[in-house]
Every structure is written in C-alpha cells, then in structure tokens.
Design a protein around this ligand. Structure first.
Ligand SMILES: [Zn+2]
Length: 481
C-alpha cells in the first residue's frame, strides 16, 4: 500500500513539473533562436548591404569595441592595417602610401575610398564568438578584412610611371569586372594626410581628386568609337562611305583640322579610324545628325555609372537638335561639349572586348575573418548589355587596325595582341592637349585585360600610347614570384 501510495503520489506531480520544464525549455529555445537570428543579421545581412551602400554614416561607436580590419591586395599584401602600440593606442598604416591612396582612401579626421565605403565591413567582428566577446569584455576584437582585386605590383609600377604627370590609368578584366589597377596622380600619402591637410587642400593640382573615377575630360578621338558605331547602326552603306582628306574640313564658318594638318587622302572607315581622320568623322557626324549621335551615346550607356564601390562622376554629352552643324562635327570627332571619365571609357572598352556584355566593375574580392578565412566571395555580376555581339566584333576590327598600322602601331609585334583607340583632346590654346589611349589585349586568342590611360596636357610628354606600351610590357613580362 505504502509503496503504491508513494508510487501514486510521485506520478501525480510529474506532468505539472514536466509541463513547466517544457515551457521554460521552449522559451529558452525561442530566445536563443532570436538571438542567433539577430546576431546572424548583424554579421551577414548588415555586412552584405555594405558593398552596395554608397554612404555609411557609422563608425565611432564601433571603433570603441573593434579594431578596424585590414585592406589587402589580391596577393594578400597589406594596403592598410591598424598597428597596435604597447600603450594600446592604434595607428593606421598604409605601406603603399600614395600609390593606392585614391582606392584605399583614408580614415581618421574624415574618410574616403574603401576606408569609407567598406567601413562597416572593416568594423564588423568576424565571428559570433568575437561578437559576444566584444560585448562581454572591455577588450577590443579584430574586425573583418577586405581583400581587394588590386594587383599591387602593377598598381605600384603604374604609379611610378605617372610620376610628374597628372592623369589616370585603369586596368580591368572584361570577363569578370575585376579592377586590377586604378591609379590617379597626383596623389597623397594617407598616413600623413591630416598632418599636411592645409597644404594638400591648397595644392592647385588637387591631389585628393580621384581622377580615374571622378575626373571629367573631353574624349578627343576616343569618341570616334561611338561615331563609328553610329555609322554601323545607321548608315546602310557604312562600308562604302568615303572621304577625301586634305587635312581640314570646313563646316559652317569653322575649320576642323586633322592632327598636325595631316592630309590623309582618300579614306574609308577602317583607315579613317586607324589614322584618326577628323574630317572623315566630322563629315559623317553631320550627315547622321545630332539625334543619331546622341542616341548612340545613350545606347552604349555613356552618362551612366556602374554601381562601383567608389564614387563616380557621370559622363555627359551636350548636343541638341538645335545645335549647328559645326557643333555636330566637333562632337563626332570628340571635341564639342562632351565630357567623360576615364572609368566610363574603360567600361565601354570592357564591353567591346567582351562581345557587348559588361560586368559590374568591382574592387572587393572577398571579406575575410581575423584569421584570413573567407566569409564572403564576390561573384562576377553582369551589369548589362552595352551593344550587340556583331557591333562589338565590328568595333574590335576597327581597334585592331589602330594598333596594326594606325596611330598606336607601336603596340604591335608582341606575344599579346592589342586593340585600341588613341585620342588627343584639345583643351585650350595655351595648354597641351590631353592624351588618351583605351584598348584591350588578347593572349592566346583569349581576351585578357582592358586598359585606359589619360594624361592631362600629356600630348607633348610621354604620351598615352608609349605609357600603355610600358605598362603592358610590364604586365606580361615581369617575373612573378
Ligand atoms: Zn584627315
């Protein structure tokens, strides 16, 4: 009996106990789940929104808990990192200084470049554990690092070549959108920027200005790419179109001269493009009219930006149907009021090199945790179609002529084949013209890299073509360890 009583007494309490316990257990599970979701959101979702986010007003509060992560080159070299001294103070180091300054940027008294645009990633704890640790203790934890697409040796080499010039060079990979090098000069040393702030902002050459993505320049003859495409799309007999060049073309009361008043003689499209005959393209432009030129520029997305992580200026073409013929002729050969960024010309070149399809240009290859494990890897993403395959093939052929026998024939005769277009853009009578080259290479029949070079008032200096020659030679012949 006693045993049965005691037996009956215990079970009678059990269901209540179990129910209470189960409720507590469920509350605990739900709370844990919420906590995990919330942490997950902070670590994954918040971080992912960054790459697309142009403006990030966070910083201060996180910098109190987290040591800003490093910015790395594609080979792992540190482009920016935080040095901890024994007294606990932090100093941001930039081992490559001015060579990467416009891309890597700076932080401290203000922010720019990746230091600004990727700030939230750099100030994210890399694991759940370190997130919890940062809340639980006073000790700072290491933030995530950003591995870039930059080929640091190439970047450095280009920076050295630009010494003494104002200008920009962009090297990118048309088949993915990777930016391998992006140099603007003059530049500045991010490590000593705030010490030299007054003199840097007073410098008339604007060293803080990221010319590669922000600089707006007349395209010069590089614009003939667009005029040639307009002919292909709008003149059924573009192949039979000809012009007899005597070194100048009279339109209204204006005279359009060929470079150095060269008399090119009888020209059809491939030769006119290869030798960059202004008269030919001026005349073709007037025959097609302003509407066609403007439509073609819109068709190849001139004036759009590319969802790039760094700020970009918008290129623009100012041509209306009320403009006189001389203005139309000037625009068709690359003068007029058109202004473009080196970035937009590089992207147009990438699209031509890649059969008309443009990949979104990117600089961040991966996000790494404090131990160097990959947390996120960027996948190449199609930005859009800029022209048809046949249009791209047509322009490729014209660009091949430029380097085989035209104005950039110096770039021929290598293991790699170069396709491109030169440009000389007049600024005003007192200054030297800007010097342009944009093109792409093929190696073993495969499209390799696109390169755009702009030298401000550089026509009488080294010039964009010889500079391109040096850069490509270095790219293909350096010994890689
Ligand atoms: Zn000519």
């Amino acid at each position: 009996m006693s045993s049965s009583r005691s037996n009956s007494a215990i079970p009678s309490k059990r269901p209540e106990n179990r129910a209470t316990f189960q409720v507590i257990q469920w509350i605990f599970i739900v709370l844990s789940f919420c906590l995990i979701l919330w942490l997950g959101k902070i670590l994954i979702v918040d971080r992912e929104t960054i790459s697309a986010n142009e403006y990030n007003p966070i910083g201060g509060e996180r910098e109190a808990d987290i040591i800003r992560g490093s910015i790395l080159a594609s080979n792992g070299s540190r482009l920016a990192y935080t040095d901890l001294s024994e007294d606990g103070s932090e100093v941001r180091r930039y081992p490559y200084g001015a060579a990467c300054a416009h891309v890597v940027g700076y932080t401290g008294g203000g922010q720019a470049g990746l230091e600004d645009e990727a700030s939230e990633i750099l100030l994210s704890p890399s694991t759940l554990m370190s997130q919890l640790q940062s809340w639980a203790s006073d000790e700072k934890v290491q933030g995530c690092s950003v591995q870039t697409t930059l080929d640091i040796d190439l970047q450095n080499y280009i920076y050295d070549q630009l010494d003494g010039y104002r200008g920009a060079v962009i090297v990118s990979e048309p088949s993915t959108g990777r930016v391998l090098a992006m140099v603007s000069n003059p530049s500045f040393d991010p490590e000593t920027l705030f010490d030299n702030w007054e003199s840097i902002i007073a410098n008339e050459e604007s060293p803080l200005y990221a010319r590669a993505t922000m600089g707006l320049y007349p395209p010069g003859s590089v614009f003939k790419i667009i005029t040639a495409l307009a002919m292909y799309r709008n003149l059924p007999d573009y192949n039979g179109y000809s012009y007899d060049c005597h070194g100048e073309l009279q339109v209204d009361d204006q005279v359009i001269e060929c470079n150095d008043h060269t008399e090119h003689g009888y020209m059809e499209l491939p030769d006119a493009f290869a030798y960059s005959c202004n008269g030919f393209f001026g005349k073709a432009g007037v025959e097609m009219g302003s509407r066609v030129l403007r439509q073609t520029a819109q068709y190849v997305k001139l004036g759009e930006t590319f969802n790039f992580i760094l700020p970009e200026s918008e290129s623009y073409m100012n041509l209306s149907e009320s403009d006189v013929d001389s203005m139309v002729a000037q625009t068709a050969m690359g003068q007029g009021e058109t202004l473009v960024t080196p970035m937009s010309i590089n992207q147009l070149t990438c699209a031509i090199a890649n059969q008309g399809s443009l990949y979104t240009p990117y600089l961040v290859e991966a996000v790494l945790d404090a131990r160097g494990n990959v947390l996120e890897q960027t996948q190449p993403a199609l930005w859009g179609s800029v022209m048809s395959e046949s249009e791209a093939a047509f322009l490729q052929e014209l660009m091949r002529g430029v380097t085989r026998y035209g104005t950039a024939s110096r770039l021929s005769g290598y293991d790699y084949e170069v396709f491109g277009k030169t440009g000389t853009a007049q600024v005003n009578e007192d200054q030297d013209s800007h010097s342009w080259f944009t093109g792409f290479t093929r190696m073993d029949g495969k499209t390799d890299i696109a390169i755009t070079v702009l030298l401000e008032n550089g026509a009488s200096g080294i010039g964009a073509v010889p500079l391109t020659d040096d850069i490509l030679w270095y790219y293909y012949n350096r010994s890689v360890d």
